[in-house]
Each structure stands twice: as C-alpha cells, then as structure tokens.
Design a protein around this ligand. Structure first.
Ligand code: FES
Ligand SMILES: [Fe+2]
Length: 430
C-alpha cells in the first residue's frame, strides 16, 4: 500500500512552521527524513542522516542552496546531491568529477500554505489545485497532530456517516449533559457514490429529507487519504505503518463587512492529543475521531470485525484500494492522480454549502444563528488552538478581545448547518 500512496502528493507541514526553525526532522512512509527551507526560500526533503557518517541533518545549517551537515560540513542540495565535501574538496582538488555519496532527495512544493511532498516514481503528477486554496477573504489555519495508528483506519472514518450520530452527537451530548441527554436524530437512509476524486456519502436522517444537500450532494471521502467537508480538509498522511500525521487545512470566511481581507500568512499549530492526566482529549470533534482510530489498535484487525450495513462505503474504498494496487502493477495510474495542467485549475469538489463557505455572511447573520456564532467564537474542530492563532483569527473576524475566548467547547463541526428543532445538539452538524 505504501507504493500506492507514494503516487500522490502528501501535505506534510505548514510553510509557517519554518519561519523560526528552518529545519525539521520528519518521518514519512517509514523513512527518516529532514525537511528544510534554505536561505533562498526553497524547500528540500532529504535523508535525515548525512551520507558521510550519518550525523543528524536536522541539526544542520541551511544555506542559500541547500543543507550543510554540522559535523564535517558536507553539503546537500534538495535533489539529495552531495555538492560539497570541504576536506575532500581540498585533498582531491584535481578530481572534481569524483563520485560523491548522494542522499535521498524528494520533490517538494508549496500550495495553500502547506508543504507538499512526493515520494513516488517519476514522472510526478501535479499537486491538486483544490479551489479553496484560491478563495479570497478568508482566514485559513493548519492543524497538525500525530496519531499512533495506521492511516487506513483514519481514512475509513472519512466514509462513515453513522459515526457522526453516535460519536459526535450522542457521545458528545452525554459527556456534556449526562446520561439523560436527548438523542440525536437517527440515520434512516445512506448512499455511497464514487466520482473522479473519491467517494461521497449521503444521508437522510429523521430531521432531513430528500431535498437536503446532505442527501443530494453529500460529503467527500477524498482519494486516497483525506476527508473534505466544504470548509476544511483532513489528510491522514502515513508516518509509517503504525503512525499517522493528521493534517487539517481549515477555512473561515470573514464577515462580509470585513472584506476585503487578505491573510498575511497561514498559521500552523500542533494540536495536543492528551490532557493533563495523560488521557485522550475528547472535547472536540477530531479529538473524538482520534479516540476511535487509535482505539482500533495500531493496525486494526480486520479479521475480527463484523461489517454492518452502514459500512457500504468502507467496502467500496477497500475494493478501490485493491483495484488501485492492480492498476499500478499493470503500469497504470491509480485513481484520482492529476497530470493534466489544464484540468488542475481550482478544482471544485462536491460541497453541501459551497456558496456559503466561499462567500460568507454578515456579522449580524452569523450572530443570529447559533451554529455560525459558535463557529466564530471557538475552534470547535480540535482542541488546543493557541492564543496567538486565536488572536489572529479574532482580528480577521473583527471580534472584540472579550468575545474571542468563547466558552463553547467542541460542540460542532465548523461547517454550519441550519439549527434543527428537536435535536439534542443543534450545534453538531455533520
Ligand atoms: S557526518 Fe555529516 S559531514 Fe560528517
Ligand atoms: Fe468524526
């Protein structure tokens, strides 16, 4: 499966993470690597350990055109080429063409404030140009966490509609309101469909009908390892077989009267996963998901599961993954690889509230709706948003200092939905 996932660009870091420290050790697809930004602003991703005597290049020195080892000064370009060996260059000055021990070097690109890496065979495809990366008048933020389990059980959560009812609505409500908390509307019908860039799941619940966009449009299980919910992406990037980098890219439109707004830089923050008692955090939507994923074990034992009728989408993606493996064995591209530049322009994905997410509302409209208001007053998706990010967000949204520390905790996905009557948790939406 690694050879399949290597055929896609993976978001691996936020560009803004390199403002203070330009070098970062990173493990990807089971390889120990170092990601750095050189003094020209170019990113490189090479073997973490120097080809000389294996010193740790995450403690190296960035230069104009590469990374230099701090042990004996060997220098590497982003291609992995060893371009300088200071002492050997003196002694062998008459043999400039001699072979120098090359490092690994992977392709890196920047898009949407994310650093993307490609670890697969050439020719490399294109970094997907999802339309959100070009939207205007919004505040984007990137949240990264390490989750100690295999990426696939995280990704299976991207095509699992019923878990919202139980994990986020009912469990969330009981943690907040106690055992007598009212129950969420039940799911009545599900449908799963495949399209070029992934799969969609569609639902009808007791409180929604066939005209609701959650049935007509649905949510996107983005191929091969992400989830897209209209205003945010969640990627599940393999660190190795037993660990996953959860990378979220989250967009909030500013209130209309704040336009035009231009974000100076997209902040990146590391989401904590445990509380002061070393227990998994359960207050926020993605933290609840993390609990489910890691609870299934480092690598979920599928021989001991019993799929239910709600798992139709999971069966579909497993079959597609196996078909993709056959495709690459046959020398073909797997699903959703993008190679045509003409088609890689602001690609639109199915979205239940695309217009709203892209165009926003006025402050009055936001404050009049409990779900929109909450999305403004707290980052509900994941725990631990740092104060400095909160402050940037509040400034972008025009919130007064006293407003931006909302008391609300983990009650909603950020995609707002109309408040429902009769729901235990009108703020939980997806
Ligand atoms: S170990 Fe890196 S230069 Fe010697
Ligand atoms: Fe979830």
């Amino acid at each position: 499966m690694g050879s399949l996932l290597r055929r896609y660009w993976m978001p691996i870091a936020g560009v803004s993470q390199f403002d203070e420290t330009p070098i970062k050790a990173i493990r990807l697809m089971g390889e120990e690597l170092v990601l750095y930004r050189d003094l020209s602003g170019n990113f490189g991703l090479i073997d973490r350990y120097c080809t000389h005597r294996r010193a740790d290049l995450s403690f190296g020195m960035v230069e104009k055109d590469g990374l230099r080892c701090s042990y004996h000064g060997w220098k590497f370009a982003g291609s992995g080429a060893c371009v300088e060996q200071p002492y050997e260059d003196v002694v062998f000055f008459d043999r400039p063409e001699r072979r120098r021990p090359k490092s690994v070097g992977y392709l890196v690109q920047v898009k949407g404030g994310l650093v993307w890496a490609y670890l697969g065979p050439q020719p490399a495809p294109l970094v997907p140009d999802w339309e959100l990366f070009s939207w205007e008048n919004g505040f984007a933020q990137i949240v990264i966490s390490e989750v100690p389990c295999n990426w696939l059980q995280c990704q299976e959560n991207s095509i699992d509609p019923v878990h919202f009812e139980w994990m986020h609505d009912n469990w969330g409500a009981r943690m907040r309101d106690g055992h007598d908390a009212a129950s969420s509307p039940r799911h009545l019908r599900l449908a799963f469909d495949e399209f070029e860039h992934g799969f969609t799941y569609k639902r009808i619940r007791e409180d929604t009908g066939e005209q609701d966009p959650s049935w007509t449009v649905g949510r996107v299980c983005l191929w091969p390892n992400a989830f897209f919910l209209g205003s945010h992406f969640e990627w599940r990037v393999p660190i190795d077989d037993e660990n996953t980098l959860s990378v979220t890219w989250h967009w909030t439109h500013v209130p209309k009267e704040r336009e035009p707004y231009k974000q100076a830089a997209i902040p990146t923050w590391i989401g904590p996963t445990h509380d002061a008692n070393a227990r998994w955090i359960t207050s926020h939507v993605m933290n609840q998901d993390f609990v489910a994923w890691v609870g299934q074990g480092r690598i979920a034992d599928r021989t001991r599961e019993h799929l239910g009728v709600s798992d139709g989408g999971i069966v579909m993606i497993r079959k597609r993954l196996l078909a993709d493996l056959a495709a690459i064995d046959a020398g073909q591209d797997p699903k959703g690889v993008i190679r045509d530049p003409a088609r890689n322009v602001r690609i639109e994905l199915p979205s239940v509230r695309r217009k709203l997410a892209r165009e926003g509302l006025t402050t009055a409209e936001i404050l009049a709706d409990p779900v929109h208001k909450q999305a403004l007053l707290s980052y509900a998706l994941q725990a631990g948003q740092p104060e400095w990010v909160r402050k940037q967000f509040a400034e972008a949204m025009g919130l007064e200092a006293q407003d931006y520390r909302g008391p609300l905790q983990g009650r909603a996905y950020m995609d707002p939905a109309p408040a429902r009557s009769g729901s235990a948790n009108p703020a939980a939406t997806t």
